[in-house]
Design a protein around this ligand. Structure first.
Ligand code: DGJ
Length: 641
């Protein structure tokens, strides 16, 4: 940390003051180490929250002072972890819109490597604040000493990896201090976000499973409830819909067995109808031309079809053509003398302004209170912050924006989740632009990417699986050729890929053939039967798509009595053979009935007919798959006999 004290002194000399450890319950212990400057009334408390069963620690810092005037903070890390080993291999999760969470592994050399974000609202768009450090050798699933960590903060972050002159690795994580110096008044507490981390000697598979168990219990909302299968209309209709079209889609979705209809962008805007992305954002009244019966019509239609209703909102944003902007031009983030910088034709509202916070709360509460039939909310955020100036903050506190915006955002999330405990919330930022546990603690699930092309999605899902559990990731089947990649893949491949997470669909069901629709209905029914294993089971990544032309994973129930195995042929290369895939996460002493689910009628199974196989054989000899064509895929259900 770095601070300039009230009298201008730029040094801080922290000394041990006290420590205390107390159990919060039978699983969690909170430890505090109190430090105080040798001269000034300047205090730093370091906190460690240890989750015994999950082998997870959260670490953060609280800074406070009782000097005569404000102290300015210039750096405020949450944690510094120091590791000693021969080499250090860092895995980061990087990409961009439509291409999120790619694994990149490198050996760290002398100097400092910084992984950071300055995008604020879409902080995780280019890189996630999660990382793996493997000691002495590249990371492997089942062996090796590894640290996995994720910063829980929906704002600018900084992860600094510094190899010291002695060859140690120092990892300093926290909010990105760039441009964010903060005037800390006496008597106030400056809390940094927690770094959530896990460390072990058994490889990254273990780290992921620890994170998943922790997340289901503490990191996401209601991680003990499987949730609903969703039909979303975004790729199906875009902005082009009306009541009749939606009612038709709703009926088809319900008949296919889906449990929730999520109405996406485009339902609002009275004076400035939201018929495209250039107008209406900020005006959260129904577009009466498209929906003359209002939301209540949709609620009734949903009830008639026996399906739940969900709604899309993006309440932090505004299009200049909107009544909101006409009334409150001073509510947007902008810099004096600079033209507005539009991204997707929109501006960001200034969440540091209490009037803006109140407005957003009123909008969300209004929608949910007036329409108790809305059971699901997709909270989107489609632009990053540029020209980050606040018309609310005083000139000397402009740099506070980067800290106060995420704080205000989390406070809004918290208020909404508390006042609407039964509404399921999806976290979205044009895909994975806001994928981190600071936000996720208020959400049930997240949208990992706008790219629903099943082939690329498998890579994105693979990356997400390192830190985020299957129960939180929304994985939808969409149409072909894919709107962004132009790629066509069989419906079965698309379904199998989507069944490895929280299944949903976004394509015109009326465009499916009779056989495809039959397959769809059966696949949805099968998914509902199997989803508890996928949602609550342990994940074992078996074959990485980064290493082979195929990939495979397995979810196993914790008592090892059931498991769901997935395998996908990503690219067909003639002459390439497929070695048997050795299973993990099942009991070698048990016997399993292994049968294929999601089989296309009249197709030849790559596995064959169902058979009884010993756990010992599945673990040591593995499963042989007779894949023939690109995009062949298989889902196997294992049941202990
Ligand atoms: C971006 C989201 O990721 C999409 O799913 C969709 O909701 C659009 N925004 C709507 O504008």
């Amino acid at each position: 940390m770095s601070a300039v004290h009230a009298d201008g002194n730029t040094s801080t000399d922290l000394r041990y003051l006290e420590h205390a450890s107390r159990p919060l319950d039978e699983n969690i212990t909170l430890t505090k180490i109190g430090l105080k400057d040798g001269h000034y009334d300047f205090f730093v408390d370091m906190f460690f929250k240890a989750y015994d069963n999950e082998n997870i620690i959260e670490q953060w810092v609280e800074i406070r002072q009782a000097e005569k005037k404000a102290v300015t903070l210039y750096d405020f890390a949450s944690s510094q972890l120091t590791l000693r080993a021969g080499d250090f291999w860092l895995t980061q999760f990087a990409g961009d819109w439509g291409n999120e969470m790619n694994l990149i592994e490198e050996c760290l050399t002398r100097g400092t490597k910084i992984i950071a974000s300055k995008l604020l609202t879409r902080a995780t768009r280019f890189v996630n604040p999660s990382f793996i450090v493997s000691l002495s050798a590249p990371a492997s699933e089942d062996t090796g000493e590894v640290l996995g960590a994720s910063l829980a903060w929906p704002g600018n972050f900084s992860l600094r990896f510094e190899i010291t002159n002695e060859g140690d690795l120092r990892i300093i994580s926290g909010m990105n201090p760039i441009g964010s110096h903060y005037k800390l008044e006496a008597g106030t507490v400056f809390a940094t976000p927690p770094l959530v981390f896990s460390y072990n000697n058994n490889g990254i598979g273990h780290i992921s499973r620890n994170f998943h168990c922790w997340a289901r219990k503490y990191g996401i909302r209601q991680g003990d409830k499987a949730g609903s299968t969703v039909f979303n209309n975004w790729e199906t209709t875009g902005f082009d819909f009306n009541e009749k079209k939606l009612a038709g889609l709703m009926a088809e979705a319900a008949q296919a067995g889906l449990e929730l209809f999520l109405l996406d962008d485009g339902w609002f805007g009275a004076k400035h109808p939201r018929d495209g992305d250039a107008a209406g954002l900020g005006d959260w009244a129904v577009n009466a031309k498209k929906l003359p019966g209002g939301i209540s019509y949709l609620v009734k239609e949903a009830a008639r079809n026996g399906i739940k209703l969900g709604l899309w909102i993006e309440p932090e944003m505004v299009n200049p053509p909107s009544e909101l902007f006409e009334q409150h031009p001073d509510w947007v983030l902008a810099q004096p003398y600079r033209a507005h910088d539009l991204v997707r034709n929109q501006l960001v509202l200034d969440l540091t302004n209490p009037a803006v916070q109140e407005f957003i709360l009123k909008v969300v509460d209004g929608l949910l209170n007036e329409n108790p039939g809305i059971k699901y909310l997709k909270w989107d955020c489609n632009r990053q912050v540029t020209h980050g100036g606040s018309m609310h903050l005083p000139p000397e506190e402009q740099s506070h924006l980067w800290i106060e915006y995420p704080r205000a955002l989390m406070s809004l999330f918290s208020k909404v989740s508390k006042s609407h405990p039964d509404v399921v919330m999806m976290l979205c930022s044009a895909g994975g632009g806001r994928l981190e546990y600071g936000s996720l603690q208020y959400f049930h699930e997240y949208w990992p990417s706008d790219n629903t092309d099943a082939l690329q999605r498998l890579f994105i899902q693979w990356g997400c699986s390192y830190f985020f559990p299957a129960i939180s990731i929304c994985t939808f089947v969409s149409g072909v050729p894919h709107i962004y990649t132009g790629r066509s893949m069989p419906l079965k491949f698309r379904f199998d890929a989507a069944m490895a997470g929280k299944l949903g669909m976004d394509l015109p069901l009326s465009g499916l053939s009779v056989e495809e629709l039959e397959f769809t209905k059966r696949a949805i029914a099968e998914y509902k039967r199997l989803r508890d294993v996928i949602m609550f089971g342990d994940l074992f990544r078996l074959v990485s798509p980064y290493e082979k032309n195929f990939c495979s994973m397995l979810y196993g129930s914790q008592d090892q009595s059931r498991a769901i195995f997935f395998c996908f042929l990503l690219h067909r290369h003639l002459g390439e053979t497929y070695p048997p895939i050795k299973l993990k996460g099942i009991g070698p002493d048990k016997k399993y009935l292994v049968r294929e689910v999601n089989r296309m009628p009249d197709s030849k199974s790559a596995f064959g007919e169902e058979k009884l196989i010993s756990g010992e054989e599945l673990v040591n000899q593995g499963i042989n798959l007779n894949f023939k064509n690109e995009y062949d895929s298989i889902v196997l259900e294992l049941t202990e006999k």
